[in-house]
Design a protein around this ligand. Structure first.
Ligand SMILES: C[S@@+](CC[C@H](N)C(=O)[O-])C[C@H]1O[C@@H](n2cnc3c(N)ncnc32)[C@H](O)[C@@H]1O
Length: 277
């Protein structure tokens, strides 16, 4: 892989670190998504997704993209501004629970347009919306050059449901295309996978460990997909020593305490070779 420790390397799976916030590509992607809370793990997820899609030449006019659980994230507008045709999806409203009441769920296009990063007409032409349950993907979704989800597959009700979603999402990646999925990542070397909340209320989350995601990566490779991940976790940057503990300040928020674990984000990039059927 040849990645230096803590190098921002969009295109390859990696763990969020505060070191990335000094990288010019990170800063340029932050501008593209119109966000400035650089040392926040969710900001990192959006930036990693944008920079990876760009590195893989998937943000070109005429490309197509499918976003899952988009909430009110800025990526839809940022991708539309680059000329990508997008199908944005989120779960049906009647199952959204707290996601709807905390402004993290969308029901139509009005929740997704960001006037500061995308012209209204461009957005209206490029983006369509459809409710989709990530635990039961409709067979008629079709294939796209880019498939993505940010901070979603840990919220599907069980660790296995998230893993199945990632595998199933590959059915919607066109040959030569890629899926980019970010999720919460438990950096603590403790036994047992942490799960919190309640899926019916929209508060469920699980925190994947390296061993869980390594298993997923092996499965994806055995299914013919290409995945590289740099699993190293940085712990020494000043913004990482400053772990955000409840009640969270959200600045910095790159290392977060959840029930005694130290959590951050990780991005996975799964490509479908042109030859895979
Ligand atoms: C933490 S929010 C993230 C929203 C957005 N992707 C972002 O990065 O800000 C989790 C998202 O997952 C969606 N979600 C949860 N369960 C889902 C399901 N079963 N199917 C589709 N979306 C789901 C929620 O509606 C919400 O939009």
């Amino acid at each position: 892989m040849g990645i230096r420790p803590w190098q921002f390397a969009p295109g390859i799976g990696q763990v969020a670190t505060a070191h990335h916030a000094a990288d010019p590509v990170y800063l340029s992607a932050s501008d593209a998504i119109g966000e400035s809370n650089l040392l926040h793990r969710k900001h990192w997820e959006w930036v990693f997704t944008h920079a990876t899609a760009d590195r893989l030449n998937l943000l070109e006019a005429g490309r197509s993209a499918l976003g899952f659980g988009v909430g009110t994230e800025p990526l839809v507008s940022a991708f539309a501004a680059r000329g990508v045709e997008i199908l944005a999806t989120d779960q049906p409203e009647d199952q959204a629970g707290d996601w709807a009441t905390t402004g993290q769920h969308s029901t139509d296009l009005r929740d997704l347009w960001r006037p500061t990063i995308c012209d209204e007409e461009v957005f209206a032409r490029a983006v369509s919306f459809r409710p989709v349950d990530m635990t039961s993907l409709p067979s008629d979704l079709g294939e796209f050059d880019l498939v993505w989800s940010s901070c979603c597959f840990e919220h599907l009700g069980s660790p296995q449901a998230g893993i199945e979603f990632v595998r199933n999402s590959m059915r919607h990646v066109a040959p030569g295309g890629a899926a980019i999925h970010t999720t919460e990542f438990d950096t603590t070397r403790l036994k047992g996978l942490l799960e919190i909340g309640d899926v019916g209320r929209g508060t469920y989350a699980c925190f994947y460990r390296r061993r869980d995601l390594k298993k997923l990566v092996s499965t994806l490779r055995s299914e013919g997909f290409e995945v590289e991940v740099d699993w190293r976790v940085s712990r020494r940057h000043p913004a990482e020593r400053q772990v955000d503990r409840p009640p969270y300040s959200h600045s910095p928020h790159m290392r977060v305490e959840v029930e005694g674990r130290i959590v951050t984000s990780i991005g996975l990039v799964v490509t479908r070779p042109v030859t895979t059927t």
